[in-house]
Design a protein around this ligand. Structure first.
Ligand code: PLP
Length: 457
């Protein structure tokens, strides 16, 4: 029955190099090194074609939060595919799973959210959000309010819209011109700063860069501020507690929209339904994807708050926007079952009160390691900073690629962590047990030892 052939590891690698263009990949480099072929997975472990068992400390790509091998999700998808595999929601149509999910989503989000727009991914959600924001100000007869302010090193997907809104230098440098109307302020990255200010003061300073930018551009031209509650792909940048309340104050004072990109933080990663809940902010719009289906099928969307939805609906007429797969029935059915699992197994409480604090404490212990300059973790989303000199916190020569070395050592030693420069990041599934957490930390320590030896060789 399986649609995929049985082939050997080297056959897969050969065909892969010949035909498959991977995301965010240097193919000349990959051609030399070959891909690791992942064949199956169960719980928090993935298995490669050589039979190696690897603890997935990244939940796939920040999405398989409920772990692998969830038969309930498989059944939800299969049942929906049998019943109605596809129908669109253009032209006055809808179907039960997309309506049911919309209703459930408004119940788990803050009270201002009563409506959702579906997309197939996070990047699409970001594009949809950008179009909604621009449309909103147009409809209020303020078409000159176009500028959206984001942060340096922000990741908002890799479509042309997400690339333009995002703050990743290397990504932005390719394939311009980008979409106009985006500005960037400093990220709240205390460890990456000169550390002259104490963290809370630094957090307020970083938030006030928004105020400075608004004044510089002129509030008449500013539409919105957009930020990930914790920057993920940028290196798990956890803002000081002072940061988000100050951002909220500034958005309120200047009347601009506040938008949180919840693609990673949403659906429990921080021990709350959304990052906005963790940090006590009230966004006007939220983008989501990844964890909404535990990664079992693609789905994304934008939660649209009443302030914006009322204008779009009352004044907007037809919004010329949408995707063939907006509200795909099988994806919505899987999302519904994902919400069931999160609630039934109390996974958010588990992250907030149980495995989260347990792993955080152990993770903090990695700060004792001679090449670790800082550790940080909120919920189940953490980072550690590799440094050459623990006393001065001086970093390794960036050309040495110590982070990448560490990542490769990790995978070879049975644990997935990701490198962002010389920042190692982790975001394990919410179902991680204490034994698995212990294993994760033991392996991380051993890999740090091996990385230290490699870096000093
Ligand atoms: C992953 C991510 C995206 C893009 O989502 P895709 O599904 O990969 O398009 C957008 N924003 C954030 C914060 C992300 O982490």
């Amino acid at each position: 029955m399986a649609a995929v052939e049985k082939r050997s590891r080297s056959e897969w690698q050969e065909l892969d190099s010949e035909h498959y263009l991977h995301p965010f990949t240097d193919h000349k480099d990959l051609g030399r090194k070959k891909s690791r072929i992942i064949t199956h997975a169960d719980g928090v472990y993935i298995y490669d074609a050589d039979g190696n068992k690897i603890l997935d400390g990244m939940s796939g790509l920040w999405c398989v939060n409920g772990g692998y091998g969830r038969h309930e999700l498989v059944e939800a998808a299969a049942a929906q595919l049998r019943e109605l595999p596809y129908y669109n929601s253009f032209f006055q149509c809808a179907h039960p799973p997309s309506i049911e999910l919309a209703t459930r989503l408004t119940a788990v989000t803050q009270p201002q959210f009563n409506r959702v727009f579906y997309t197939g991914s996070g990047s699409e959600a970001v594009d949809t959000m950008i179009r909604i924001v621009r449309r909103y100000w147009e409809l209020l007869d303020r078409p000159e309010k176009k500028v959206m302010i984001a942060r340096v090193n922000a990741y908002h997907g890799s479509s042309i819209g997400g690339t333009s809104l995002g703050g990743m230098k290397l990504q932005r440098a390719q394939g311009g011109p980008l979409v106009p109307g985006f500005e960037h302020i400093e990220q709240p990255y205390w460890f990456g700063s000169d550390r002259k200010m104490p963290p809370e003061e630094f957090g307020r300073w970083a938030a006030r860069q928004l105020e400075k930018k608004i004044q510089e551009i002129g509030v008449d031209k500013v539409a919105a501020f957009v930020g990930e509650p914790i920057q993920g792909a940028g290196g798990v940048i956890i803002p000081p507690e002072s940061y988000w309340p100050e951002i909220q104050r500034i958005c309120d004072e200047y009347g601009i929209l506040l938008i949180t990109d919840e693609v990673i933080c949403g659906f429990g990663r921080l021990g709350h339904w959304f990052g906005a809940d963790r940090y006590g902010v009230r966004p006007d719009l939220m983008t989501f994807a990844k964890g909404v289906t535990f990664g079992y099928l693609p789905l994304g969307g934008v939660m649209v708050g009443d302030r914006v939805a009322d204008v779009l609906i009352d004044k907007g007429g037809e919004f010329f926007h949408g995707y063939t797969y907006s509200g795909h029935p099988a994806s919505c059915a899987v999302a519904l079952e994902t919400l069931n699992i999160i609630e039934r197994e109390k996974l958010i409480e588990r992250v907030r009160d149980d495995i989260g604090p347990y792993l955080q404490k152990k993770w903090a212990g990695l700060a004792e390691h001679p090449i670790v300059g800082e550790t940080r973790m909120v919920g189940l989303m953490g980072a550690l900073e590799l440094v050459r000199d623990k006393k001065t916190l001086e970093r390794f020569d960036p050309n040495k690629g110590v982070g990448t070395t560490c990542r490769n050592i990790c995978v070879a030693n049975g644990i997935v962590m990701r490198a962002v420069g010389d920042t190692m990041v982790a975001a394990p599934p919410f179902v991680l047990t204490r034994t698995e957490a212990d294993e994760m930390i033991e392996k991380a320590w051993k890999c740090l030892d091996l990385t230290m030896a490699a870096a000093r060789a």
